[in-house]
Design a protein around this ligand. Structure first.
Ligand SMILES: [Mn+2]
Length: 269
């Protein structure tokens, strides 16, 4: 039995199948864990979700910003060109039910190591325990009143975490840290406008700060940041978004030995 974490698929179904063939995925034995953004931009988002639902017993996933956007479209009955095949699908109820239960953070213990997986990462201002509790808080809010949560999730404010934030401001910033974060300042304020890799004062990649919180047997795995091409230059913070939907690669890591597996866009292995 092996655990594989897979980076942002974004509707690249053919490449996902090529990757599962490459790792010889056996749904009766192995686990696939998706680092979020299963859908959008790519052309086969519905096929990706159907694959997940068909194999749901051996699949785990965290929500990415695009998956949350899809949930919003479904519940608020909005249209979107790139996601319309899903929105019109016969099994939309099943898809909705499956997506809505996904967390923002997952933890796996393998060979005395702990692996923490979230779409964008974990900010240095939270301990791993706090991050776990905040992920649970959002999962509960999604369960209780997803319609209102999804409606009030948009926006870049507040930009900085405070323990006493309440209601939608609190939910919004938790979701922004887990699904949209790239740069932070030293105090943990999100700098959501910056996406390029050019060094800039007070804009520090989140992992450059979070690395100091981690023990030797703790590893964080994330997606979301395609421009990094998976490179954090850190052993225990691993980026898996290698920009398949932008014409690059789809990447998986096997947790048991940290071996990387990749396929190129268009299924060229
Ligand atoms: Mn993303």
């Amino acid at each position: 039995m092996s655990h594989y974490v897979i980076g942002d698929v974004q509707g690249c179904y053919d490449e996902l199948i090529a990757l599962t063939n490459k790792i010889k995925f056996n749904p009766d034995k192995d686990k696939l864990i998706f680092a979020g953004d299963l859908v959008n931009r790519g052309t086969k988002s519905l096929e990706v979700l159907n694959f997940c639902i068909k194999n749901k017993k051996s699949i785990k996933a965290v929500l990415g910003n695009h998956d949350l956007y899809l949930l919003y479209l479904i519940e608020h009955k909005k249209r979107n060109e790139s996601l319309k095949k899903i929105l019109n699908a016969d099994n939309i109820v099943k898809i909705h039910k499956w997506l809505k239960k996904l967390p923002l953070l997952l933890k796996f213990e393998i060979n005395k190591e702990s692996f923490w997986i979230s779409h964008a990462g974990i900010p240095h201002i939270w301990s791993l325990k706090t991050a776990k509790n905040l992920s649970k808080e959002i999962q509960t809010a999604l369960k209780n009143d997803s319609f209102r949560l999804l409606e009030n999730m948009w926006g870049d404010t507040p930009s900085k975490w405070k323990d006493n934030l309440k209601d939608y401001k609190r939910y919004r910033i938790i979701i922004n840290y887990f699904t949209r974060m790239r740069y932070l300042d030293k105090k943990g304020a999100l700098k959501l406008g910056k996406k390029n890799l050019k060094p800039e004062k007070n804009h520090i990649p989140w992992f450059e700060q979070t690395k100091d919180n981690l023990k030797e047997n703790e590893t964080i795995i994330f997606g979301h940041w395609a421009a990094l091409e998976g490179k954090t230059n850190l052993k225990n913070i691993i980026g898996l978004d290698t920009g398949c939907v932008w014409g690059n690669k789809l990447t998986a890591i096997r947790l048991e030995d940290k071996k990387i597996f990749q396929v190129k866009k268009y299924g060229n292995i």
